[in-house]
Design a protein around this ligand. Structure first.
Ligand SMILES: *Cc1c(COP(=O)(O)O)cnc(C)c1O
Length: 391
């Protein structure tokens, strides 16, 4: 019996080590990892540069608290600002915490301008922003909120892509609009370009903060450093996390100068946020992702796999109804229960991740090679053949 709270329906699989896009059990069985720890292991497993950065820092200093300057934290913040819309950064330990900071910042920004009544945030159906009490309310999923008492006040959910509904939802008490450029957990739903442009225009017209949750899409996953670069629209505030530490827990909230500046000593904080270990690894992740050609590789790999997946969907339309997504954030909308396809894939020793709307998500590490993509598609095709009775 396990002493763990039963918060996950875990597979019986356990891995002992990893190498790039592969996970290896204690018995030496090799699995092709197209889940990457839910878009976390962007550089695959045991990337030499990340291992070296972590080991080197581990021998020097782990933690001092934010009562003291942390050079690597300042450096990472500057680097993130240099490659984004942002001017100021707060470091946290997870996506949900980065999002909490984003919401607090939007409210505080309004309050700092004498708009104390502006605290509500418009969110979208299918959204996922994390599991803290406020982020449950932001996500608005009844099954996530059930049994946890009254939902945190101040979130208004509207259908994705419905501009009229957004306009109707904007009131005197609205502070911000929050959207994932691509919904990950929601089933790999890409936010329409025109819609996000409309959100930007509405925010400008009504003095609202536009917040992007790029916890899953950020750091190269979609083939651009951040997914908002596909949209020609900049947010005022952005949360990132998953890939930022390549497997080491770290998150960050980025903001424009005048927005981030509303925080003061005591406004917000985190004991562990931005500690030297996390910063050493995240700087090393950024070194690799910012290397010339890295994002091109992600875009090329994304095109390569998308073409192959389209052929599989054509051959097995009863199993894979359609393929969607951007870069290496891909969703297979299933004609069979998505859990059945995941099980069939696991039998082929390939790992993927479920999502809402009966979707199987493919999230290979961004360093994935074409041979690994080809191998994954062979395994996927065998799984589809089995499920469609053509094995
Ligand atoms: C995973 C995720 C979160 C939550 O991140 P945690 O690190 O689990 O708290 C928030 N937003 C999005 C879009 C995510 O994919």
């Amino acid at each position: 019996m396990s002493a763990l709270m039963p918060t996950y329906a875990r597979s019986a699989l356990e891995f002992e080590r990893g190498e790039g896009a592969w996970l290896i059990t204690a018995d030496g069985e090799r699995y092709l990892d197209f889940g990457a720890g839910i878009a976390v292991n962007a550089l695959g497993h045991a990337h030499p540069a990340l291992v070296a950065a972590l080991v080197e820092q581990a021998g020097k200093l782990w933690h001092t608290s934010n009562l003291y300057r942390i050079g690597a934290q300042e450096r990472l913040a500057e680097r993130l600002c240099a490659v984004t819309f942002a001017d100021l950064v707060f470091f946290a330990n997870s996506g949900a915490e980065a999002m909490e900071c984003a919401i607090k910042l939007a409210r505080k920004y309004q309050a700092s301008r004498g708009q104390n009544k502006r605290y509500r945030v418009i969110t979208f159906e299918g959204a996922f922003h994390g599991r803290t009490l406020a982020m449950l309310a932001a996500g608005g999923k009844p099954e996530h909120l059930e049994g946890f008492g009254p939902a945190v006040e101040g979130f208004d959910q509207v259908p994705m892509g419905d501009g009229d509904a957004v306009e109707r939802a904007i009131g005197d008490d609205t502070a911000a609009i929050l959207i994932e450029p691509v919904q990950g957990e929601g089933g790999v739903q890409v936010a329409p370009r025109d819609f996000v442009a409309l959100l930007r225009a509405l925010c400008d017209r009504h003095g609202l903060m536009l917040i992007f949750d790029e916890v899953q899409t950020g750091l190269g996953r979609t083939g651009r450093l951040f997914a908002y670069e596909w949209l020609d629209v900049e947010p005022d505030i952005m949360a990132i996390a998953k890939a930022l530490g390549g497997g080491f827990p770290v998150g960050a909230c980025l903001a424009r100068a005048d927005v981030g500046a509303v925080m003061a000593p005591g406004s917000h904080g985190s004991t562990f946020g931005g500690n030297p270990l996390a910063m050493a690894v995240a700087n090393a992740v950024l070194d690799v992702i910012l290397e010339p050609g890295f994002l091109e590789h992600v875009r090329e790999a994304g095109l390569h796999i998308k073409q192959k997946l389209a052929a599989i969907a054509d051959a097995y339309p009863g199993v894979v109804e359609l393929v969607r997504g951007e870069g290496l954030l891909l969703g297979l909308k299933c004609g069979v229960p998505n859990g059945d396809l995941l099980k069939a894939l696991a039998k082929e020793k390939m790992l993927a991740v479920p999502a809402a709307d009966n979707v199987v998500r493919l999230l290979p590490p961004l360093i994935v090679g074409n041979e690994e993509i080809d191998e994954a598609c062979v395994r996927l095709e065998r799984a589809c053949a089995g499920l469609s009775g053509n094995a």
